[in-house]
Design a protein. Sequence first.
Lengths: 82, 268
Amino acid sequence: MNNSTPNFDVDFRKEYPTLTQHINGEDVPLTESEYEEKIAEWETYQAEAKVAYQAKAKAEADKIALLARLGLTEDELQTILG
Amino acid sequence: MAAGWPTDVSYVDGDVFSAADINDTNGTLNYLNPTSATNNQVVTRDSTAPGKVKWANSPANTLTTTGDLYYASAANTPARLGIGTTGQVLSVAGGVPSWAAAASGATFISRTSFSSSAGVTIDNLFSSTYENYLISIQVYGGTASPTLRMQARYGTTTYTSANYQYAFNGTVFGSSTFVGVRGNAVTYWDLDQIDSGATYYNSYNFSVYRPNASAWMTMTGALTSQVAGRALTGAAAVNANQSWTGLYLYAGAGNITGQVTVYGLAAA
């Protein structure tokens, strides 16, 4: 298991100056337009993933803070909630 | 002319063939009447009468029907084996080839290995030969710890309409906390986080049900995201009536590396 924070700041154009796709056993280079479309798709994914990750991290931090204020562990809270 | 034609003799200028020569009475006449042959027969040496030739069947007039196979039914005896029915496999019975029902159980169909690919298209996986299939996938990603995504294909088309649904649930290793990936009315199956490097492979095993039956394609199975440290089981479907034939895999972001192995399951 990898507990490190995902890298949400990848420069896809720098890291992937060219791209290929694997089509029925053959590696085929993406055309210029296909490349631009794929990079744009990846940048959108990365931006959305970053927002989702930050929201999840905040929710987790809020939960831990709440438990601390209540003086409970998560298992104790689960027991109370039934 | 010299006597004994057509035995091996030396003819000389001026020799004349007489009727007696042509109608040699010793069985050595070596005359083939074209009208006695059938189409596509060929001239061959007569093994039962040395020095003579005869008409014999060729592959062209032995193979009479589309799909025929050419084989020897005995030594030096060409024969045809008519094509079997869909799903039959070539077998052996009595020392000669024959068509037989495919063995039950899993039959290897294909293994596709790919490296640093922005997308992986695998066609001709599903057909009417088998009803159900087993798929094994191992994969890791390139950057950004993306998720693996998969879509169904038919013919040369990747299906991208929002008719995919999936739910895979389980726990983090060593924890009772439930986790999972799920979606409904989306444009792909999202198959959990993959590692941004070769340290951790994600592993998937899916049973795919009747993908080529002009119906929804459904599958059940298990996956483990090693980088996320969790094991999930569940099901997925694409809700469109289609004769599905293949798969398309890609990451939310970055390239993917791995392999896909597919087995067909005999109906009986």
